[in-house]
Ligand binder design. Sequence first.
Ligand code: PNS
Length: 183
Amino acid sequence: MAKKKKGEDKNMGKVAIYPGSFDPITYGHIDIVERALEIFDKVIIAIAENAEKRPLFSVEERLQMVRTLFKDTPNVLADSFKGLLVNYVAKTNAKVILRGLRATSDFEYEFHMASMNRSLNTHLDTLFMMTSKDYFFVSSRTIKEVTKLGGGVEGLVPDLVARRLKEKFKLPITKKRQISWDD
Ligand code: PNS
């Protein structure tokens, strides 16, 4: 029997692959996924295994965070891939690569990547979604830097991610103060 493609199921509907490093996932990424679910039936968050980028979190750690955060959203899957993105996408039922765009500064890099991917596989398109205004300045890189230097990233990443970051940087994890009526 021929090997089934990921998502090769007539009921899967429209599938988008959302690739990235997700080192770690932020509310900017989550916002893109949530909005994409208005357009697509399924979103696959595809974490790139790229040792050259020297990620802070292992692929397993990143997958675990993403899977925990979307555990109640069955139409969001998390996966990882090595090598060319187009080869990974070809193994799925998806025709669309989804990327978030924060600012014009992202555009050149994204334009090159989308053009290269399109030249490698003309059946694939990249769909860009503008990042919501609340997350325009949020990137995994700055989130890591700010946490490492002791700054707060509440509201920019889920609590789970903030905790994992502090564990990585061996920073104290302060419990939220419980406010009671007796205070
Ligand atoms: O979150 P990032 O780091 O901006 O994501 C970049 C990513 C992982 C999507 C990109 O580097 C990628 O697709 N890597 C896989 C290798 C590949 O296909 N390279 C050719 C694209 S030009």
